[in-house]
Design a protein around this ligand. Structure first.
Ligand code: SF4
Length: 407
């Protein structure tokens, strides 16, 4: 069950061409998250500046979709105009949100403006009003809140829905429950994203510099500074999460990846899926050949690479690719055997649950930083493309901190 890069498709994305453009529209938020990447509260970005950034991303990264992030982007007063502008420029838009304060009416307005979908970040590490009522952020409470938003989006109609969780060495035990929740609600949601908790350790073995000047960082100054006591929490890898999911759901598999910039063994983005029907019968997954064909043909047809699908388009059509993909052939045979027993099963809807595992940047023992190759989440800072996960270093220190092993 070891991950092997030869069994996966290395996504053809690059700094110059990525399926995604990342837009930071505000750093204002209506909740607090531990390890939040955005500690500086400077306000909402003016709409004219955001329009410039959309055109900048379109010109220099040729994205298929724009991720609208923050802070909490739904708080931005001009979010509808921004979505309209992105849509008028031929791109999809995806809001990265904590959901807090969203209503069905607001979702309908966002959909009417041209929004493609939402990715909800709902985690036990957040200070959310719902937790106050429930007292603790139990898994049941989290599942209930997530289902509330999944149903709200489904009622608004025409939007895709995804959920993200942050995984550390304590919450990795909740991964099977989260995946099972997603499978149970695969009629409502398209994707889940599991991100490993990461940050810059402030436990003394590393020193941080900018422009040759030594910088003392701490958990107050930098949201993703990791204190000595929390160091173990950032030890989980994407490979660990892959194994846990595969153990509990053998039908799941990964088919493509992005590697690291400093560690040849790392899987920074690991993309996979489960193919199942509306009765939650799981058949298997589609493999690297299908992903290669999808990326290549999508690029030939639309001139850009693909990350976010519009509202449920594929379903059983995916089986056509079984001709070229041995992983998918196995999945298709299992489906045929299942239908053969009772042909009415043919009419059960086929869903594809997309599962992304992201391993955020690692500070390696020698002080080098293993970032994601071709970083799809590059955002704009003072006319340059910078990794959004480390934007606060640019805002606070004028650039990426250089990490050196302490003597
Ligand atoms: S390096 Fe890029 S893709 Fe990776 S976590 Fe940071 S912003 Fe996201």
């Amino acid at each position: 069950m070891e991950l092997d890069k030869r069994n996966l498709y290395n996504m053809p994305w690059s700094i110059n061409e990525s399926p995604l453009g990342w837009l930071e529209v505000t750093d204002i938020c209506n909740i607090n998250c531990r390890g939040c990447y955005r500690r500086n509260r400077t306000g909402h970005k003016p709409i004219n500046k955001l329009r410039e950034e959309v055109l900048f991303l379109k010109k220099w990264r040729n994205p298929d979709s724009i991720a609208i992030a923050g802070g909490e982007p739904t708080l931005h007063p001009d979010i509808l105009d921004l979505i309209k502008f992105i849509s008028e420029n031929g791109m999809k838009s995806l809001i990265i949100t904590n959901g807090n304060g969203l209503t069905e009416k607001r979702l309908t307005e966002l959909g009417a403006a041209g929004l493609t979908g939402l990715s909800f970040n709902i985690n036990a590490t957040q200070e959310r009003p719902e937790f106050k009522d429930a007292g603790i952020a139990s898994r049941e409470t989290l599942d209930k809140i997530r289902l509330k938003y999944a149903k709200m989006v489904a009622n608004a109609g025409g939007l895709t829905t995804g959920f993200k969780i942050v995984v550390d060495n304590q919450t990795i035990k909740d991964v099977p429950g989260f995946v099972q929740w997603a499978i149970n609600n695969s009629g409502l949601i398209n994707s889940i994203t599991l991100v490993t908790l990461r940050g810059l350790p402030v436990s003394g073995e590393f020193e941080y510099f900018t422009d040759g000047k030594k910088i003392d960082i701490n958990t107050k100054s930098l949201g993703y500074a990791i204190s000595a006591g929390e160091k173990d929490k950032i030890s989980v890898t994407s490979g660990d999460i892959y194994k846990v999911i595969k153990e509990h759901f053998p039908e799941y598999d990964a088919n493509s990846y992005l590697g690291g910039t400093a560690d040849h063994t790392s899987f920074k983005w690991l993309l996979g899926n489960i193919i199942l029907n509306s009765r939650l019968k799981m058949f298997g997954s589609y493999g690297k050949k299908s992903m290669e064909i999808i990326q290549t043909f999508y690029h030939l047809k639309y001139g850009s690479y693909l990350l976010h699908m519009k509202k449920r388009k594929s379903g059983r059509k995916i089986f056509f690719l079984a001709l070229f993909d041995k992983t998918l052939r196995k999945t298709f045979y299992k489906f045929l055997k299942y239908v053969f027993v009772n042909p009415f099963r043919l009419f059960y809807r086929i869903n594809i649950l997309n599962i992304a595992v992201l391993q955020a940047p690692d500070v390696l023992p020698d002080g080098s930083c293993d970032m994601c190759e071709s970083c799809p989440d590059l955002c704009i800072y003072e006319g340059k493309l910078v990794p959004s996960c480390r934007l606060d270093e640019y805002i606070q220190y004028g650039g990426l901190l250089r990490v050196y092993k302490s003597n």
